[in-house]
Each structure stands twice: as C-alpha cells, then as structure tokens.
Design a protein around this ligand. Structure first.
Ligand code: ATP
Ligand code: MG
Length: 315
C-alpha cells in the first residue's frame, strides 16, 4: 500500500458548551480535544490501515503529548513531528452560534506548528512516501508552501500522486500569497477534494460545472465535491457519481471534511471503484459529525461498514 504523507498543523481544540457568539464572558468549555485538519486526516487514514505519516511540530506540553499519543495509538507515523522546546502546542477555541456558524480563536502562527522543521526524518518521509495529501489550511506561510511543493514534486517524480483539500474560506484566500499557493498546488494535483464554494473560489469558473471542466482540462484526474448535509459528487474522466449524505443527528460538524477526504483518498489509492469509495467516504463524514470533538469521530473500515448496514440516506 502506498504511504501517504501530510504536512501541517497539530493543535488542540477547546469547545464552548453553550451556543452563542464569542468568548467575551467566562463560560463553560470542554476540551482539550486532539485536532488540526492534517492530523484528523492522518488519523482517519491510519484507522483504515493505510500507512500514513504527518510532518508537524508540537510543544513539550500535555497538549502535544495528548495529540502524539492519540496519533500513535491509531497507527500514524509521527517520526516527522518535532517536539519544539520553545513554543507551545497550537490551540483553537471554537464556539457555535444558534445557526451552527463557527467562530474560532486560533493560536497557530506563534505556536510549535507555526515553524517548519526539515529534519532527517522529514527528508526520509519525503523520499519514501507514495502519495502527498495537501491541506489548504496548512499553506498559510511560505515555508509550509515550499515544503508541500517540494514534497509534491519529489513524490510525483517517483510516480506517486497528490490529493488536495483546499479547506479554506474566502477570507483566508485574501492572505498574501495564498491564491498563488493554491494554484501551485492545483497544478500538481491528481485528486481534488473541495467542499461547497471552495470549488469555484479556488478553481475559478462561474458555476461548479465550469470549475470542474477547467480542472479536468488542466490535468486534474478526479474531483470530489463535498457538500455537507447534501452529500458529495465524484467526477473523473467521463464518469460522474452523486451520493446523498446519510441522515444523522449532527453533534459537531468539525472534521467531517477531513475524515471524508481521508477515507476517499485511501480507498482511491487502493483502486477501489469510485462509487464504493464515495459511499464509504460519505459514511466517514457522517460518523465524524456524530461525535463531539474534531478527531473523535474517526472510524475503522469495520465501523464504516457496520454504519452502512443500518444507515439511511437523508431525504
Ligand atoms: P470541514 O468543516 O471539516 O472542513 P468540509 O466543509 O470540508 O468540512 P463537509 O462538506 O462539511 O466538508 O462534509 C464532508 C462530508 O461529510 C459531506 O460531503 C457529507 O457526506 C458528510 N457530512 C457532513 N455533514 C454531514 C451531516 N450533517 N450529516 C450527514 N453527513 C454529513
Ligand atoms: Mg474542509
């Protein structure tokens, strides 16, 4: 099986217990939970038995130890994770409002994961991985962009492949260099996994159909468009498959996209036919939203198959 490499943030998330706006008053909180989009992706891929490594950094603190323990327990290769003695592990505080919109306070740039370390272990991973998964949320500084592009070129030169989940909102695209970074990654992408409006924001085009036509013309082999509770669509070559989401009680939507992308990418790498990979990925997204905490809803293949035996599509 091809080994997946993912480069990017590891952090803990602390969640407000009550719906509302912001953190201007003391309030009940639950956490820390292991988190970071690349870490959730890696954890889900590992639970499916896929070899996967993450390149990142954590602090020499309990938040870092909690993340490393979870990732290792679930089978992620953490040899490329540096323990930075000078900076704390990244954190995110999140609160949902009554409509389900999220408000975050991040401490990432000045945390351990805000600094890129290219150690010998990282070089070994770049020289041995068969697939790179790029998370757009990890492209916020030039060093991370450079390392992702270097890894993509090295892996592709050996006949490997690249998947890309832009995982970015419109405001983030306005950051200096972000649009260019997205285009540079897209030019090296075999499998593109945007969600909602990310498709047109990152790929251009006035409609999703335009954007997809443009991507295929530029050499992207396959596109999987995630659409939250509306499910997901696969487009590759001349085939197109749509899958409604499963009807579940959404407890916490954070991490659904990362779990979905990990499951689809791992199965795609194994040559599982697109409709079957899509069904399991949609199940993976649904299982992710059932649990409170961004990484708590990752699932094994047995758990996904058990879910599919009883699940029903949303109306
Ligand atoms: P993230 O917030 O992790 O970045 P995303 O925006 O990348 O998420 P979504 O489209 O929200 O990704 O979710 C990915 C997939 O998970 C969806 O295509 C769907 O199959 C499944 N999913 C998400 N939310 C729900 C839900 N409420 N009910 C059932 N399935 C869901
Ligand atoms: Mg996403």
């Amino acid at each position: 099986m091809k080994k997946i490499l993912v480069i990017g943030e590891i952090l803990v998330e602390v969640m407000a217990d009550t719906p509302g706006t912001g953190f201007l008053q003391p309030q009940p909180l639950t956490g820390p939970f292991p988190s970071g989009a690349p870490a959730i992706f890696a954890d889900q891929a590992a639970k499916l038995g896929q070899p996967v490594a993450i390149v990142s950094a954590v602090g020499d603190d309990d938040f870092g130890r909690m993340n490393l323990t979870r990732l290792q327990q679930d089978g992620v290769d953490v040899s490329g994770v540096v323990v930075d003695a000078e900076r704390p592990t990244g954190t995110a505080f999140v609160r949902y409002d009554a409509a389900g919109a999220r408000q975050f306070i991040f401490n990432l740039r000045h945390s351990a994961c805000g600094r890129v370390h290219v150690t010998e272990a990282v070089d070994r991973l770049l020289n041995s991985a068969g697939h790179l998964h790029v998370m757009g949320s990890s492209l916020s500084d030039p060093a991370s962009v450079q390392l992702n592009l270097r890894a993509a070129d090295a892996i592709r030169a050996r006949g490997g492949t690249v998947s890309f989940d832009p995982n970015v909102r419109a405001e983030m695209l306005r950051a200096p260099g972000m649009t260019q970074a997205m285009h540079d990654v897209l030019a090296r992408t075999d499998l593109f996994l945007p969600s909602g409006e990310e498709l047109t924001l990152v790929a251009g085009g006035s409609t999703p159909e335009d954007a997809i036509d443009g991507l295929i013309a530029r050499g992207v082999g396959a596109v999987v468009h995630k659409n939250g509770a509306a499910g997901a669509t696969y487009i590759g070559g001349s085939s197109r498959h749509q899958r409604p989401a499963f009807a579940v009680q959404e407890v916490d939507p954070t991490g659904a996209g990362d779990c979905f992308s990990a499951t689809f990418t791992a199965l795609w790498l194994r040559g599982v036919p697109a409709p079957e990979a899509l069904e399991l990925a949609v199940a993976s997204g649904a299982m992710a939203v059932l649990r409170r905490g961004p990484m708590e809803g990752t699932a094994t293949l047995d758990e996904l198959q058990a879910f599919l035996r009883t699940a029903r599509p949303s109306a």
